[in-house]
Ligand binder design. Structure first.
Ligand code: HEM
Length: 110
């Protein structure tokens, strides 16, 4: 059963553009991680101000491996550089991780 890991980012209004720019230049390494299934950066429109970084994995173990890997560090290199320079995270002023198990799933009929 797949697991969904969502990184929930609080982003001040004036830094949204910067956050999206960073993601548009992201490392693109997560695609090669073992057990990786899906990624989406979700921009808030209504009901919340927070961005969601949606990721789906074959298993919890696959996610944990990616999170402690070089690929995760490289995938957050811009964020890390910015944090070092400013003493805080990039664009995002806060983050928390939500975990879900996929209980049911569907797609359009072929
Ligand atoms: C302190 C917590 C985190 C912050 C502030 C953060 C923020 C960011 C930012 C700004 C980027 C764009 C690239 C860059 O700036 O270097 C990025 C990339 C990414 N983040 Fe995070 N992130 C955090 C933790 C996480 C976690 C826990 C997950 C998993 C749910 C995650 C998933 C991703 C993915 C999939 C990418 C793209 C990496 C790639 O292209 O290889 N992030 N993150």
């Amino acid at each position: 059963m797949s697991v969904v890991k969502i990184n929930v980012l609080t982003v001040p209004a004036d830094l949204r553009e910067e956050l999206e720019k960073r993601f548009s230049k992201r490392a693109g390494m997560v695609e090669s991680a073992d057990g990786f299934e899906w990624f989406e950066l979700l921009r808030p429109v209504e009901g919340t101000e927070r961005y969601l970084v949606y990721t789906r994995w074959r298993s919890e173990e696959d996610f944990q491996k990616w999170q402690s890997s070089q690929a995760f560090a490289r995938g957050h290199a811009q964020a890390a550089a910015s944090a070092a320079a400013q003493g805080q995270g990039p664009a995002a002023s806060g983050s928390e991780v939500w975990t879900f198990e996929v209980a049911e799933t569907a797609g359009p009929k072929a």
